[in-house]
Design a protein around this ligand. Structure first.
Ligand code: BGC
Length: 373
C-alpha cells in the first residue's frame, strides 16, 4: 500500500513541478503562427474535454489545444475529468449548455459518451475525437490521432532491438534466445489499447512461435495483460504477481505500452530483487519526463514519442475548418470504425526514442529543454 502512495506522490510531484515551470515543457509550444487564412474564432466557444492531469502528456495536450485555439480567437472551455467517467459526461453536458460551438474530446471510456453526444448532435455541434476514438456514437465528426497500430509495432520493435534480436536497421540478427518476456497492455476501455497490442503482438507472435521469445507467466491474452485506466499502481501489482508466479526465472524484457506503467513495472522489479543496472529491456510510450530520465539513467530502454504539439495543431485545424464552413483535411478514411461510422481521421507518425536519439528527437525539436531532463 505504502509503495503505491509513494508512486502516486512522485507522479503528482512531477505534474506539479511541470505546472510550476509554466507547463512550458512537455512540448507546450508557442501557438503556430496563423498562415494568414481567414481564421476567425471571434470568441466562439470550443469545449475541450481531457481525461486526466495525472499524466504529463494530457496536460501538454490540453495546454497546446487551448493556446492554439486562443491564438485563432476562440474562447476555450478546457476541462479535466480526473479519469472519472460521470465527471467527463457532465463536463461535456455543461459545455453544450454553456454555448460551445465545437467539442474536442479525449475520452476516458470511448463507449460512454453516446447520450451526451446525441445532445451535441441535436444542437448541431461538431465533435472531434482527440487521440482516442469515441465508439458507438454517430455523432463523431472527425478523429485525429497517431497511427496507433504502428505505435504498437514500434514498441515491439524496440523491445526486440533492446534484446538484440533485431539490429539497428530492424534486420533479424542470429540471436536465437530464448528470451523471457512479459506483456502489458493498456486500458481495455481505450480503443487505442487494442491497436497498440495488435501492432505489438503481430510483431512478437512469430518469434514466440519460433521459441525465440518465451512468456514465462503464460499470460499472452490482451484481457490478461490489460491495465484498467492505465494505472501505474495496477501495473506494479500485476508485475509483482507475475514475479511471484515465475519464481527464479529471470526476465529479459517487458512490453509496456505507456511510460506510467513502465514506472510501476520498474518499481515491482526493483523491489523484487532486480538491480537498476540490470533491468530487463522495458518499453514505454509518451516520452514523459520521468521516463526519459529513466532512459538516460539506463533503467527504461525505450519510449515512443508522440508530438502533442502536432496533434493539437490537427485538432485545432479541424475545428477551425468546420466552424469556417470548410472541410477538414484527413488522411485515413478506412481504419477507425466506431460501430456507427468510419470516422474520417488524420493520423500522425510517432518515433521510437532510446538513449541514442533522445537529444535529437526531444531536445533539438524543442519539445523539452535540456534542463528538463
Ligand atoms: C494514448 C497514449 C497514452 C495512454 C495513457 C492512450 O490513449 O494514446 O499516448 O499513453 O492513453 O494515457
Amino acid at each position: 500500500m505504502k509503495k503505491h502512495r509513494i508512486l502516486g506522490a512522485v507522479a503528482a510531484a512531477g505534474v506539479i513541478a511541470l505546472l510550476a515551470t509554466g507547463c512550458g515543457r512537455g512540448g507546450t509550444a508557442e501557438p503556430a503562427a496563423s498562415d494568414g487564412a481567414d481564421t476567425g474564432g471571434q470568441g466562439q466557444i470550443v469545449g475541450v474535454a481531457m481525461p486526466t492531469q495525472q499524466s504529463e502528456r494530457w496536460i501538454a495536450d490540453g495546454a497546446n489545444v487551448q493556446s492554439q485555439l486562443e491564438e485563432l480567437g476562440y474562447t476555450v472551455d478546457l476541462q479535466y475529468a480526473n479519469d472519472d467517467i460521470p465527471t467527463q459526461v457532465s463536463q461535456i453536458e455543461n459545455m453544450i449548455s454553456s454555448g460551445a460551438e465545437a467539442l474536442i474530446i479525449a475520452s476516458i471510456d470511448g463507449t460512454t459518451l453516446t447520450d451526451v453526444l446525441a445532445q451535441a448532435g441535436d444542437a448541431g455541434i461538431p465533435v472531434i475525437a482527440y487521440d482516442r476514438l469515441i465508439n458507438g456514437s454517430p455523432n463523431v465528426d472527425y478523429y485525429t490521432t497517431f497511427d496507433n497500430y504502428q505505435v504498437g509495432v514500434q514498441q515491439a520493435t524496440s523491445l526486440l532491438t533492446g534484446l538484440g534480436v533485431l539490429d539497428e536497421s530492424g534486420e533479424r540478427t542470429d540471436e536465437a534466445g530464448p528470451f523471457n518476456i512479459e506483456l502489458f497492455a493498456g486500458s481495455p476501455d481505450d480503443n487505442n489499447a487494442t491497436f497498440f497490442w495488435n501492432g505489438a503482438m503481430d510483431t512478437l507472435q512469430p518469434l514466440i512461435d519460433e521459441g525465440v521469445l518465451e512468456v514465462p507467466s503464460g499470460q499472452v491474452e490482451f484481457e490478461q495483460a490489460a491495465i484498467l485506466r492505465w494505472l501505474p499502481e495496477t501495473a506494479q501489482e500485476r508485475m509483482e504477481n507475475i514475479l511471484t508466479v515465475i519464481g527464479d526465472t529471470r526476465l529479459d524484457g517487458v512490453l509496456s505500452p505507456y511510460d506510467g506503467l513502465s514506472i510501476g513495472i520498474i518499481s515491482a522489479l526493483t523491489s523484487g530483487g532486480y538491480s537498476t543496472d540490470a533491468l530487463p529491456v522495458i518499453t514505454g510510450q509518451d516520452a514523459e519526463v520521468g521516463s526519459v530520465q529513466s532512459i538516460i539513467a539506463g533503467e527504461q530502454y525505450s519510449t515512443i514519442f508522440k508530438d502533442t504539439r502536432l496533434l493539437a495543431e490537427q485538432a485545432v485545424a479541424m475545428v477551425d475548418a468546420l466552424l469556417s464552413g470548410e472541410e477538414p483535411e484527413v488522411n485515413d478514411t478506412e481504419t477507425y470504425d466506431n460501430g456507427e461510422l468510419i470516422v474520417p481521421s488524420y493520423l500522425l507518425e510517432s518515433t521510437i526514442v532510446t538513449v541514442d536519439n533522445y537529444e535529437e528527437v526531444l531536445i533539438e525539436s524543442g519539445y523539452y529543454d535540456e534542463g528538463d531532463l
